[in-house]
Write a protein that binds this ligand. Structure first.
Ligand code: FAD
Length: 507
């Protein structure tokens, strides 16, 4: 039990996957003196071993911990990611990039997309993606980090695509250097305080006992502490997100180039990912087991992979949804133990990162866990999950596909009220719900709405007051300036090589 203000809180992390080591390293580095961190992991159980594509927010985590980006990228064989290329989602044969960046600029408080919609009516606008530097750079396989000073070159962000089996060990070395104590072994018993119900001790198979004040459950889909021990109910979202399996198979690169983006291709019973790393390509088919068998999915991924297979397809089973509360008693679920919403927008590592960030902000020091802090943590985590859930459902629902039972189901299903409201706002007047925090701002929603062929009935009427020729001229200039910027960027592969060389050179 957490008591006096002077003693550091004894944190015990159960699990050494991506979530476990991110949590342990983050707490040890960012709360020195306020906590001690023990971590238990089991090589016999292993990690889920997928989770290669990230969101730009991970850079803040890397930076905050003082990790050298180039060193991190070399160690995890990472590539840069400017967005996701969605193929065949709205309609077979059509594609769009959801970029980590904006489309054009607001003018006089009117969003760029309103001008674009107006110009489209006059047949004076190109594709929406023509006005995004991130989209144009991705399409050209080019990359360089955005400019720090406000300019066109600062209108995008980037994330990483890394080898999930190398990321954990990298964070483990970092965590141990910052004071994390690691235990190897299987937790077979959990002891709890008879009065409060709080977890007090993890008991390993060989009898070792690890006592703590605060327990971070990073045991993956097992959810040993939050799910099994605290019995925190599971909210199942399969009716909105029917994919519950993945067949994953790495292969070699099919060409000499490395794309600075992930590809997500819609399939008859789900969708397929291609994630380029430095040394290989990650491939997988995320599918609904109600619509496709595991054998059929493995066969599909074998046939679809463009390079030579580096392993047999591996099936991963999951249930989309989350635990009702991520923090219960003195147990906090981080990562898959607290929920999973399938990898369509690479959000799972982000959700783990945010849980760690919120925990650090609300960390119980000086007098035990304040239930208000716990409630606030749960409110914030819920908000993050709900946002991600709605955004993912949009990719399935905003479609005209009627070529399979799966697409007929997702196209016609009833969506959550929160998403129905957002759709209404967009359909009627091209408006996007505003948030001040959390994931997926205007540009992301607009990318998917427009990319999947969902255009609004109206847009901001003030755009009609502007001279169409002048607006069209501004759009043309933006498009050509973007093209010039992209031409000046190095190829993604050259940039990666340059960074590797820089790292190898003595300082
Ligand atoms: P795990 O990696 O499963 O780690 C669990 C840990 O707990 C292990 O160390 C294990 O040994 C330990 N453990 C469990 N039980 C015990 C015990 N009894 N005793 C001791 N130790 C124990 N996320 C993204 O952000 N981007 C993606 O592109 C992405 N793609 C994905 C694709 C698929 C198909 C799936 C299923 C997930 C994907 N994810 C993705 C999610 C991502 O893989 C996870 O969020 C991330 O790897 C974190 O996993 P974890 O650490 O919670 O669990």
């Amino acid at each position: 039990m957490i008591s006096g203000s002077l003693n550091p809180v004894r944190v015990v992390v159960l699990g050494g996957g991506t979530a476990g080591w991110m949590a342990a390293a983050g707490l040890a580095k960012l709360l020195p003196g306020l906590c001690t961190v023990d971590l238990v992991e089991s090589e016999d159980i292993g990690i889920v071993g997928v989770g290669e594509a990230t969101l730009p927010h991970i850079r803040a985590y890397v930076e905050r911990l003082g990790i050298d980006e180039a060193e991190f990228m070399r160690a995890t064989h990472a590539t840069y990611k400017l967005g996701i290329d969605f193929r065949d989602f709205g309609r077979i044969g059509e594609s769009y990039i959801h970029p980590f960046g904006s489309f054009g600029e607001e003018v006089a408080g009117i969003g760029f997309h309103h001008f674009w919609l107006e110009m489209r009516q006059h047949s004076l606008a190109g594709e929406l993606g023509d006005y995004s530097l991130a989209v144009a750079a991705a399409r050209a396989n080019r990359f360089q980090p955005p400019a720090a000073e406000p300019s066109l070159a600062s209108t995008y962000g980037y994330a990483y695509q890394f080898d999930a089996t190398l990321f954990g060990p990298f964070m483990r070395d970092f965590g141990i250097r910052h004071g994390v104590t690691r235990y190897e072994g299987i937790v077979t018993r959990v002891e709890r305080d008879a009065g409060s119900g709080d977890v007090t001790t993890l008991v390993l198979k060989d009898g070792r006992r690890i006592e703590g004040d605060l327990f971070i459950d990073c045991s993956g889909f097992r959810s040993l502490l939050l799910g099994q021990e605290m019995d925190e109910p599971w909210e199942d979202w399969t009716h909105w997100l029917p994919c519950d399996r993945a067949a994953a198979m790495p292969c070699t690169h099919e060409t000499g180039d490395i794309r600075p983006y992930t590809i997500a291709t819609a399939m008859p019973a789900g969708w397929r990912w291609q994630i380029p790393l430095q040394h290989r390509m990650g491939n997988g088919y995320v599918f609904s087991s109600a619509h496709l068998s595991e054998d059929e999915a493995c066969e599909t991924i074998r046939n679809a992979a463009e390079g030579d297979p580096l392993a047999d397809p591996r099936i991963l089973r999951f249930r989309p949804g989350r635990r009702s509360r991520s923090w219960s008693g003195n147990v906090i679920g981080v990562g898959l133990s607290s929920g999973f919403l399938e990898p369509l927008e690479s959000t799972s590592i982000y959700l783990a990162q945010m849980a760690i960030t919120y925990l650090i902000e609300l960390f119980p020091s000086g007098g035990g866990i304040d239930p208000r802090d716990r409630d606030e943590f749960n409110r914030l985590v819920d908000m993050e999950y709900d946002r991600v859930r709605d955004f993912l459902i949009l990719h399935y629902h905003a479609t005209t596909r009627d070529d399979s039972e799966f697409w007929n189901h997702v196209r016609t299903m009833q969506v959550p009220d929160s998403l129905a409201d957002k759709l209404q706002l967009w359909r009627k007047a091209g408006r996007v719900e505003k948030y001040s925090d959390g994931l997926f701002y205007d540009a992301s929603w607009i990318a998917v709405y427009v990319g999947q062929g969902m255009l609004p009935e109206r847009h901001d009427p003030r755009t009609a007051l502007a001279d169409p020729e002048r607006v069209a001229g501004a759009l043309d200039r933006l498009k050509s300036t973007i093209a010039e910027e992209v031409t000046a960027m190095p190829a993604h592969l050259d940039y990666l090589r340059r960074e590797r060389t820089r790292l190898a050179e003595p300082a």
